[in-house]
Design a protein around this ligand. Structure first.
Ligand SMILES: [Zn+2]
Length: 76
């Protein structure tokens, strides 16, 4: 089944994954197997550009202090 990224607006310079150069985002945007395309936006030494890095990390976990504050608020 081909992969299609749900966030095409974040892609600015996509190219076939096999043609990526060092410093270009590896986030897959479409295609499958050897036909996968990547974002290829500049990302320095990171694997993904900043918007795709955020997507790959997912939501940030709350700090232990924030969890304790929320529990205190719920328990009273
Ligand atoms: Zn990217």
């Amino acid at each position: 089944m081909p992969f299609d990224a749900p966030f095409p607006l974040l892609v600015h310079a996509e190219r076939p994954w096999m043609t990526r150069r060092p410093g270009e985002c590896a986030f897959p945007t479409r295609g499958e197997s050897v036909g996968v395309w990547s974002c290829c936006s500049p990302c320095g030494s990171a694997t993904y550009c900043e918007p795709h890095s955020v997507l790959m990390r997912g939501p940030r976990a709350p700090s232990p202090d924030a969890v304790l504050r929320e529990l205190s608020r719920i328990i009273g």
